[in-house]
Design a protein around this ligand. Structure first.
Ligand SMILES: C[S@@+](CC[C@H](N)C(=O)[O-])C[C@H]1O[C@@H](n2cnc3c(N)ncnc32)[C@H](O)[C@@H]1O
Ligand code: SF4
Length: 343
């Protein structure tokens, strides 16, 4: 791979309040807003302005950036998001939207996804069981949930029809309580007509109040391996490469960080948080290990300045469940049509 992928947590606000979310909960942060670099919060106190975001997007043409995963927070509840997507696509960069799926019930969002030729839409859904999903991924308004997510996926697939884009997939957070979702949500994704399915192990630090209840442990490794192996016996939907199984098992088998040889983080993949900070990857371990002199932002600079030079992949001694979810992102080329040449 010669191009760069960006995982861009575009904006902090969200219409759901998932209890395990990387962004924490608004309730906790109201009393104690996080101050440390790299710590995310739905409170969105430091989110970049539209002007700064647009200036960075305008700098993409001719840069090494080839694919941007737009996540958040919930990107599709930010009104200017589809104008930004149009600017990124006009720069010749592929776009994968990562959404909780509820906004897909708004016809104008689906229309714009098709009109801007978004390459893929990844929808988060944790179970075939509505109660399970909505317990861990509750809507802030207490109204929306599992059935709306399925309706959103169906609406997008129906509008797409036989067109090649966008590819549509489901992402499922795997915890101690829903290992069976590796296979049952894959079946659901197939029934719905989705193109891909990605199970991702939950990442919670050891001090998180849900760590004991949800985090996968070495005891869970055989069941997780069996479930992931079973995925590869299915003809559809597309799933991460078999090597991902090994990475997941490695990540959950030991609480100590391990070595990722020749890691793509900081060479082929970067993480951008809503305040514009740029990190080698979203791992809290990696961010904490980044010296202040290496702190960077997309604010007031260009994509070429930030990502202009093809670096050399280095071994990273911080591989953990914090970053294993990056491996499927690096596989995305296999889910998508060939990359268009850069202008
Ligand atoms: C932070 S969300 C942002 C995009 C969008 N709001 C969504 O939920 O898809 C990106 C992905 O991270 C997953 N996620 C959130 N917190 C997580 C955690 N603690 N461990 C593993 N995955 C997590 C979500 O389920 C989702 O698939
Ligand atoms: S929908 Fe996404 S960003 Fe929102 S709380 Fe859930 S995981 Fe976090």
């Amino acid at each position: 791979m010669t191009g760069v992928s960006l995982l861009w947590a575009l904006r902090s606000p969200c219409n759901l309040g998932c209890r395990y979310c990387y962004f924490g909960t608004i309730e906790d942060h109201r009393d104690a807003p996080p101050q440390q670099p790299g710590v995310l919060s739905h409170l969105s106190r430091g989110d970049l302005t539209l002007t700064d975001i647009s200036a960075f997007a305008d700098s993409l043409p001719g840069s090494r950036v080839e694919r941007i995963f737009i996540a958040g927070g919930e990107p599709l509840i930010w009104p200017p998001v589809m104008d930004l997507v149009a600017a990124i696509k006009a720069a010749g960069v592929q776009v994968v939207l990562c959404t909780n799926g509820i906004p897909l019930n708004r016809p104008h969002i689906v229309d714009r996804i098709l009109a801007t030729n978004v390459d893929a839409v990844s929808v988060s859904l944790d179970s075939t069981d509505a109660l399970y999903n909505d317990t861990w991924r509750p809507a802030r308004n207490g109204l929306h949930g599992h059935s709306d997510i399925l309706d959103g996926i169906r609406a997008l697939l129906k509008a797409r029809g036989q067109q090649a884009a966008p590819r549509v997939g489901i992402y499922t957070v795997i915890t101690r309580l829903n290992i069976d979702a590796v296979t049952t949500v894959a079946e659901l994704a197939d029934d719905l007509g989705c193109d891909y399915f990605v199970p991702q192990p939950i990442a919670l630090d050891s001090g998180h109040p849900l760590h004991g209840e949800l985090s996968l442990t070495p005891v869970d490794a055989p069941a997780v391996r069996a479930a992931l192996d079973q995925l590869h016996t299915r003809p559809a939907p597309q799933v991460p490469a078999p090597t991902y199984t090994g990475k997941v098992i490695e990540a959950i088998s030991d609480t100590k960080p391990r070595v990722a040889h020749a890691c793509f983080g900081g060479t082929d993949l970067f993480f951008i948080q809503p305040d514009g900070s740029v990190w080698d990857c979203p791992s809290s371990l990696k961010i904490a290990a980044t010296p202040p002199v290496a702190h960077r932002s997309i604010r007031g600079t260009t994509a070429t300045e930030l990502f202009g030079h093809a670096g050399c992949r280095a071994d990273c001694r911080l591989f953990s469940r914090d970053c294993v979810n990056m491996w499927p992102l690096m596989d995305f080329g296999t889910f998508l049509p060939p990359v268009r040449p850069q202008p």
